[in-house]
Design a protein around this ligand. Structure first.
Ligand code: SF4
Ligand code: SF4
Ligand code: FES
Length: 738
């Protein structure tokens, strides 16, 4: 049992568990101790700003409360009851403001600034400074996303601690000392890291600002819309700041079990894609020899009806996996229920088997041992999981990764080996009460294979043990469930394809969907961007972005989350026109997501309601997949040529900063990997290739020129190339210097 300690704060007695910090102790007594540098999510306190000075009975000098923990019988006096503490705090604020400009009226942080607020509440009423304050050239670019107004920095080190101790990218540092200290990166390099934007949110003054939000709005003009990020399967909780109906920035809304209060830069900075220059705002129809011409919505629905009827049931739908559950269900009801047998191309396979091993993502940080298996990097599929893994390692968790090896299918083999009775690691996993398996790669039956492994490792009855599958799409599982719930008929693969319905930008950008379109007699594309639809669709219907939708998403943990419309889209909501079109086929469909969700929830989610911060549903008993869906466990054979003969296995990956939305945000381009390939140190040495060299990657008569990057963690025999630069390459390649 946790030992409780009695502490008195400003005369109020309170009991707190041993180990509680004094800031939290005062908080428990209903008393605020002001802070700047203190932020428990950044790790141990550094006591840099001295804003939290308090008087503690028995100690001669004022103490920084954030650096101390409660002791039994401790008597604390804050500035509210101690003249000495008040004087100390006054002096601290006066000192902080020696060089801090009083430019709140023009500062981006003004109105939501802790320094402004605390100065107002705790600081001296007037200034004694009569000399000019320090000024610097400004703003200093930290990256295309972040600007520094150096004279405003109060050197609390929140930003550098985040970079060094949370994201562990080690790129942000404080250079020089005292008055000359400045926050900067090494050399001339920009702060290029997946989580850089968190430092803007952490900065307690207007020193670090977002270049996208700078001078865009004042706090009294804005609204905050609570919603979730729909760009990856984590589903971080966010607040979207809007002004005059336009989305201006994305902030974290700290869900301690999902995101711990952090966002990745993709979720934070892709807003400008809503106003992309090639955004489609009205339906488009293909005219012979003329190209696409804009048409009215009535004409578009007529055209869609004509194409749907003309296909006579030979329809294939390609979904992106970023649709809401309600959108997928409504489309399924229209296309499957209304038009007969019909097949869908779902973006990835999914499985409910992992529901037996559910854990909140925060469970990773409390694990004893975590095994990550798969060809992909965690950060590319589910960025925040990367931060949880780093936190776990700092907490002493052993994290073991099986990345790609020269043998195709080796990740699956590694998972298989773990479950063998004589596997040493398997024995440790079986013995542990806090072991976690994470599958991070293609295949794996949408998590069914990792669930099978977790079951054979006896994770079933251990609440601290769990398993995760990191999907490649934001809501692939929710979409698959909703699509399946929409109709009872079995699906068939029509040949020839009468009509291909392409839904969403990822499907429209997918080479395999484009290949399917070549076999289709007609194509309807529902997409946001003209660049994705021109040239191949017969009818283009404008799509909305995630932040323009109301609906439900199912995240990586199997948690339903409510996506709230932050801004009104410039085009009609999908549910509205799907319902209208459905009416023409006598399918009764509501245009309201709440009504649709009720229908789906009764069938698929035990009548759950998608409330914010929805609790994680209880685990379900493990069920082995039915034989028809059983996941192949066989280890694929070795490729014909192996790397000793000069051939390397090509692993394509989809970088975090890629995709149609990211491509349309100018400030994010520096985050995208260029035309490069990653080589293992041994393979680079064997070929006398140095980092930065231009190399030729050849396979079966195709060759691409890429820049070499040496990845010390990569196994020999493997090269990694971003998807967009590996288009025509085969699974085994030769890498040579030109
Ligand atoms: S830039 Fe902001 S977060 Fe970083 S040290 Fe200065 S005040 Fe603190
Ligand atoms: S980690 Fe995923 S859900 Fe979270 S902000 Fe990034 S893209 Fe969005
Ligand atoms: S908040 Fe305690 S020293 Fe900064």
């Amino acid at each position: 049992m946790t030992e409780l300690l009695k502490v008195t704060v400003d005369g109020r007695e309170v009991e707190v568990p041993r180990g509680t910090g004094l800031v939290e102790t005062a908080d428990a007594a209903g008393i605020e101790i002001p802070v700047f540098c203190y932020e428990p999510r950044l790790g141990p306190p550094v006591g840099a700003c001295r804003m939290c000075l308090v008087e503690i009975e028995g100690l001669p000098k004022l103490q920084a409360a954030c650096t101390l923990t409660a002791q039994d019988g401790m008597v604390i006096k804050t500035a509210a009851t101690s003249a000495k503490a008040a004087e100390g705090q006054n002096a601290t604020l006066e000192f902080i403001l020696v060089n801090h400009p009083l430019d709140c009226p023009v500062c981006d942080k003004g109105g939501e600034c802790p320094l402004q607020d605390l100065t107002f509440r705790y600081g001296p009423g007037a200034t004694r400074m009569t000399f000019p304050k320090v000024t610097f050239d400004k703003p200093i670019p930290i990256s295309p996303l972040i600007a520094l107004d150096r004279e405003r920095c109060i050197l609390c080190y929140r930003c550098t601690r985040f970079s060094q101790d949370v994201a562990e990218d080690g790129q942000l540092v404080a250079r020089n000392r005292g008055n000359h200290s400045m926050i900067t990166t090494f050399g001339e390099d920009p702060y290029r890291a997946p989580f850089s934007g968190n430092v803007v949110e952490l900065c307690p003054v207007g020193a670090l600002t977002s270049t996208q939000y700078r001078f865009e709005a004042r706090p009294w003009e804005i609204q905050q819309i609570p919603t979730v990020c729909g760009l990856c399967p984590v589903g971080c909780n966010t607040s979207v700041t809007t002004r005059d109906g336009k989305a201006k920035r994305v902030l974290s809304r700290n869900h301690p079990e999902i995101d711990g209060g952090w966002l990745c830069d993709k979720g934070r900075y892709t807003l400008p894609h809503l106003a992309a220059t090639d955004r489609i705002r009205e339906p488009l129809r293909r005219l012979q020899r003329v190209g696409l011409e804009p048409i009215s919505w009535d004409d578009a629905l007529d055209e869609a009806e004509k194409l749907l009827r003309g296909a006579e049931g030979r329809i294939v739908t390609a979904l992106s996996g970023s649709e809401t559950i309600e959108q997928a269900y409504a489309l399924g009801r229209l296309l499957r229920g209304g038009l007969g047998a019909h097949s869908a191309v779902l973006p990835e396979s999914t499985s409910s088997a992992l529901d037996a091993f559910r854990l909140p993502l925060s469970g990773i940080a409390a694990a004893e041992i975590v095994v990550v298996v798969g060809d992909d990097e965690v950060v590319d599929r589910a960025p925040i999981v990367d931060l949880w893994l780093r936190k776990a390692q700092r907490n002493g968790t052993e994290v073991i990764s099986y990345g790609p090896s020269s043998e195709a299918g080796s990740a699956m083999a590694a998972l298989h080996d773990l479950t063998e009775p004589d596997s040493a690691l398997g024995k440790r996993l079986r013995a542990s009460d806090r072991a976690i398996l994470i599958w991070c790669g293609p295949g794996g039956g949408g998590g069914a294979r990792v669930a099978e492994a977790a079951h054979s490792l006896s994770f079933d009855d251990k609440p601290g043990c769990g398993a995760f599958h990191l999907p490649a799409t934001p809501n692939g599982r929710g979409v698959a469930i909703a699509w399946a719930a929409a109709a009872d008929e079995d699906e068939t693969d029509p040949e020839p394809i009468g009509l291909l319905v392409v839904v969403g930008d990822d499907a429209a950008a997918s080479p395999s969907v484009r290949a399917l379109a070549e076999r289709a007699e007609a194509v309807i594309a529902v997409t946001m961007f003209q660049g994705l639809a021109g040239g191949w669709a017969d009818l283009v219907l404008p799509a909305t972005a995630a932040l323009e939708r109301d609906g439900t998403l199912l995240n990586i943990e199997g948690r339903l989350q409510r996506l709230r419309r932050a801004v009104v889209p410039p085009v009609p909501d999908e549910l509205a026109w799907i319902a209208k079109l459905a009416g023409r086929f006598d399918v009764d469909l509501s245009p309201h997501s709440s009504v649709l969700f009720e229908e789906i929830s009764a069938r698929c989610f035990d009548g759950a309601t998608a409330a914010d911060h929805a609790t994680l549903p209880a685990r379900t008993p493990y069920e082995a997949p039915a034989p028809a869906q059983a996941v192949a466990t066989a280890v694929p054979p070795r490729p014909a040529e192996d790397h000793f003969l000069g051939q390397l296995r090509l692993v394509r990956y989809r970088p975090l900063f890629s995709g149609p939305q990211v491509e349309r945000v100018a400030e994010l381009q520096f985050q995208r990997p260029g035309a490069e390939l990653e080589l293992a140190t041994a393979d680079a040495e064997k070929r006398q290739i140095a980092a930065g060299d231009t190399v030729l990657v050849r396979s079966n008569g195709t060759s691409v020129e890429l820049r070499a990057r040496i990845n010390r963690k990569l196994a020999a025999g493997v090269v990694r190339v971003p998807d967009e630069h590996a288009a025509d390459l085969h699974p085994t390649v030769e890498v040579v210097k030109p």
